[in-house]
Design a protein around this ligand. Structure first.
Ligand SMILES: [Fe+2]
Length: 522
């Protein structure tokens, strides 16, 4: 797989560009000939049985101060090709898209008319220059059960805290899909032992968010995992601002001012991700929750728990965002509180009801299982996660039960620690029924909690079967008839770009029996 992206292959692909394709790439001289317009790489996403999205952004000077990537305001025609082979001898589809300055010269092509359940290769040409080659794949046909779905899930990649070595290893895995669960960029600088720098303060406008995305996307290892597999994505808070909730920022900005900032962040996110054109934002909102079917084997429900959520209950005085609260915060139990918003809750319930898939993956941002903490003998809850919205969690799990969802598997991120959990209808009854399985991924780079801190939490949280906060990486989930397995892939260190990878633990789940089984721990 890695070979596809290697220089030799790229050279072959560029050499075999058809004259027709080159001529489609528009006249020369519009882009500085000394610079590569494809410095941000290529990506694909959202596979269906008929096609997928292919993406690139023309940015010969990715970090240009105005956020325009070194492009003028003129539109540029970008030719694209999708082939059944990596040498582009059997081209299945080709066309021309217009890259416009209004969308940072990004290109989102929804390629259709392809054959189900097979790999494809794609590339772009602009101004006579070819992009690197990416590999994508279509989903299996409706109603057909493929032998397996193997996907990686990952989150939380603070750029300064480490190299994206996990992405280099991810690109070499044998995957059908990557599911990214948020904190793709970080707006802020924080953490220990930085290996590199944002070289800028917090973005608050469109130019700033474009530059932050371009900085992250200039990373070759991140480009490699985008080019190797189709991705499906959601976001968490750091794509906009720490701990934001709908229209409320942590610093309690005036509502309209914060919504303008959020709109800029969402727009830059759209411009840099392989998202379908139907997700293109208008106004302050952008719909990103989505469903993906992998034949009859799996349905992935991708959620957005930031844009529509209620404000966190019982914030610190004069602040928005999270807090650690005790029993005195009765507001936390208010059934009106929501993580998804009423419309998305209904949409999820309908998606559960209509699913005929063997596995139902709920891809969302954070740990869903309760994580009770203790301070001075009093139980505390952290309000930015599902613990801030227990009635909303209860409604989601009630829907899983009511709709008789087959093999619900919740995956998450955000908390910079690995967790495997049994999700129960009633977490206060350790002998009550387990209704879903959960695996929460660690982080690509962002630092996590110490062993001592997690060890102190263990006795308070018997539903957690595994916890580790000291290792970084990504999870690889393999779903099949009979069972599923999630391998926790951890890098040696994020402080060295050449670090190796190993498997910290394997989480097994039996088909037809919710609950996690941990094996392979040292
Ligand atoms: Fe994070």
């Amino acid at each position: 797989m890695h070979e596809v992206l290697g220089h030799r292959r790229r050279a072959i692909a560029r050499a075999s560009l058809s004259a027709a394709l080159l001529s489609l790439g528009g006249c020369t001289g519009r882009i500085d000939a000394a610079r590569d317009p494809f410095a941000l790489g290529v990506a694909s996403g959202y596979p269906s049985p008929y096609g997928f999205v292919i993406w690139t952004r023309l940015a010969p000077e990715p970090l240009a101060a105005d956020g325009a990537g070194g492009m003028s305001s003129a539109p540029v025609e970008v030719a694209w090709e999708v082939a059944e082979d990596m040498r582009f001898e059997r081209v299945a589809r080709r066309g021309v898209a217009t890259a416009e300055a209004a969308w940072a010269h990004s290109v989102h092509v929804e390629v259709g008319g392809l054959r189900a359940g097979r790999p494809y290769w794609y590339r772009f040409v602009a101004d006579g220059r070819a992009s690197p080659v990416g590999r994508a794949a279509t989903a299996p046909p409706h109603g057909v059960a493929p032998a397996r779905l193997r996907f990686a899930f990952a989150s939380c990649q603070q750029y300064e805290q480490g190299w994206f070595v996990a992405h280099r290893h991810m690109a070499a895995e044998d995957l059908d899909l990557v599911v990214f669960l948020g904190d793709y960029i970080y707006e802020s600088s924080w953490g220990r032992d930085h290996v590199r720098s944002h070289e800028a303060g917090e973005p608050t406008n469109l130019a700033g968010y474009r530059r932050r995305h371009a900085l992250y996307r200039s990373d070759r290892d991140l480009q490699a995992s985008h080019a190797a597999f189709p991705w499906v994505v959601t976001w968490d808070d750091h794509e906009v601002d720490n701990d934001y909730a709908d229209d409320r920022s942590e610093d309690l900005w005036p509502r309209e001012r914060f919504l303008a900032r959020r709109a800029a962040a969402y727009r830059a996110f759209y411009e840099h991700m392989p998202l379908p054109v139907s997700m293109r934002p208008s106004g302050p909102g952008m719909r990103i929750h989505a469903r993906l079917d992998w034949g009859s084997l799996a349905r992935i429900h991708v959620l957005d728990d930031r844009q529509y959520r209620s404000h966190q209950p019982c914030p610190r005085a004069g602040r928005g965002g999270s807090n650690n609260v005790g029993a005195s915060c009765v507001e936390r139990l208010d059934p009106a509180l929501t993580m998804l918003g009423a419309a998305q809750e209904r949409w999820l319930d309908e998606g559960f009801a209509s699913s005929t898939a063997r596995w139902n993956v709920v891809a969302q941002q954070t740990l869903m299982a309760p994580l009770a903490r203790s301070s001075g003998g009093e139980a505390r809850a952290w309000t930015d996660g599902w613990d801030g919205y227990p009635a909303a969690r209860d409604r989601l799990l009630a829907s899983v039960v009511a709709r008789r969802v087959s093999n619900p598997l919740v995956v998450g991120g955000d908390v910079h620690a690995w967790y495997a959990a049994d999700l129960r209808r009633d977490f206060d009854d350790p002998r009550g029924a387990i209704v879903a399985s959960e695996v929460c991924g660690s982080s690509i780079t962002s630092q996590g909690p110490s062993h001592a801190r997690l060890a102190a939490l263990a006795p308070l949280n018997p539903h957690l079967r595994f916890a580790d906060g000291m290792t970084r990486g990504y999870a690889v989930a393999t779903l099949a008839r009979g069972s599923a397995e999630v391998a926790l892939r951890t890098v040696e260190t994020v402080k060295r770009p050449d670090a190796g990878i190993s498997t910290l633990a394997r989480i097994g789940i039996e088909d037809g029996r919710p609950g996690v089984h941990v094996s392979g721990t040292a």
